[in-house]
Write a protein that binds this ligand. Structure first.
Ligand SMILES: [Zn+2]
Length: 388
């Protein structure tokens, strides 16, 4: 099968983040096994989703993990001019379809290169690592990275996460954490504002605290010039509370996200926020004993990626991607999760992130060609003995 045939097949599985991915993962499994490669599934607890990993080549330390996700974002509410789950060639050098770029294009390159990987005299192995539920918060990445680490006796050294990057190596990614904060105050007539505790007023105070915290980090020069913006961002994107202008709100909540540069730790910021919440609780319980602020996770944290320019993977990716300019991103990906297990990780894949998640998502055909070139160069690298 050509890379385009494989991509068409992958796009035909309408597996959204959060949904069962067994249809697509079983097709991938059968495809890989038809080349005599053993695969291992890493199922979720309910058994309706699974990641897959496999090794091609010898059981020797120092191999390369190729990581991709099998889920895509929804198409609902988007105005598509083609069937999103049918890969469409409009004759303009682009292949249209949901996931064509993010990131079934890369997965198709991995699978299309498999016959050559099997035939090659690999001195170091390649591993495929295909996950689910990436689009709803990189939920399966940590378990898959751990599974690879524990399943094999040998230790892989590198990981390429093939998110669309126009084949540019990405060595840094901000950490992301999404939280929900609930404020429980007391209801009453608006004239009694000093006798009751308005959940809205307190929620606003907390929101301002968060904005001030971000500004303090900037003032303290906690900046990493590799990122845009170079500081950690703290942002409140949704607020809710109250029923009428003359009624003190007893409930309010807000959703917020933290995007941290590697030098800032989400835990430290959240703990500081919690300490401030406890302070407010203590003070306001003198007015209303049941006053309470509760913060819960909306998504588990997605850890940052902070690959050093001196890491061997950087030299390797420059050689095989054909690009030497290093970049960083502010979107979530599984790269940091693989790095957390000790694999030197970079993001590098065909297609542009600008086309991801939109109506008429596409991948340029020449990007697929570049993706295949990277696979072929990787095979050459792993077949030579000089790679450490
Ligand atoms: Zn993606």
């Amino acid at each position: 099968m050509t890379v385009e045939n494989i991509l068409a097949k992958l796009v035909s599985f309408p597996v959204l983040g959060g949904e069962s991915n067994l249809s697509i993962i079983h097709w991938i499994k059968e495809y890989i096994e038809s080349y005599g490669i053993t695969t291992t599934l890493v199922p979720n607890e309910e058994g309706n989703k699974a990641s897959l990993h496999c090794r091609i080549g010898p059981a020797i330390d120092g191999g390369m993990i190729l990581s991709g996700h099998t889920d895509v974002v929804p198409v609902k509410g988007q105005e598509w001019t083609t069937d999103p789950f049918k890969l469409t060639d409009k004759g303009d050098g682009k292949l249209y379809g949901r996931g064509s770029c993010d990131m079934k294009g890369f997965v198709a390159c991995c699978l299309a290169a498999l016959p050559n990987m099997v035939k090659a005299d690999l001195k170091k192995p390649v591993y495929f690592a295909f996950s689910y539920d990436e689009e709803i918060g990189c939920l399966a990445g940590p378990e898959l990275a751990q599974a690879i680490k524990t399943h094999y006796n040998e230790t892989p050294k590198y990981a390429i996460i093939g998110e669309p990057s126009l084949m540019e190596p990405i060595v840094g990614q901000k950490g992301i954490y999404i939280l929900e904060t609930y404020v429980n105050g007391s209801a009453g007539h608006s004239s009694r504002i000093k006798q009751e505790v308005s959940a809205i007023h307190e929620a606003m105070r907390l929101i301002l605290w968060l904005e001030n915290k971000m500004n303090r980090l900037i003032e303290d020069n906690r900046l990493d010039k590799r990122f845009h913006p170079p500081h950690s961002s703290i942002h409140v994107g949704q607020v809710n509370g109250g029923i009428a202008p003359n009624v003190i709100a007893d409930k309010a909540y807000f959703y917020w996200d933290l995007r941290t540069i590697p030098m800032d730790k989400t835990d430290t910021i959240v703990n500081e926020f919690e300490a401030y919440c406890r302070e407010r609780e203590q003070e306001l319980r003198q007015v209303f004993p049941d006053f309470k602020i509760k913060t819960i996770e909306n998504h588990p944290p997605v850890i940052h990626l902070d690959t050093k320019e001196t890491d061997d993977v950087v030299d390797l990716i420059k050689r095989i991607s054909g690009n030497s300019k290093l970049n960083t991103v502010a979107y979530g990906a599984e790269a940091g999760q693989f790095a957390a297990e000790g694999f030197q990780a970079v993001i590098c894949g065909p297609g542009s992130i600008a086309q991801a998640h939109r109506a008429d998502e596409f991948i340029a055909k020449d990007e697929l060609v570049k993706g295949m070139e990277m696979m072929n160069k990787l095979i050459t690298e792993l077949s030579s003995t000089h790679l450490q």
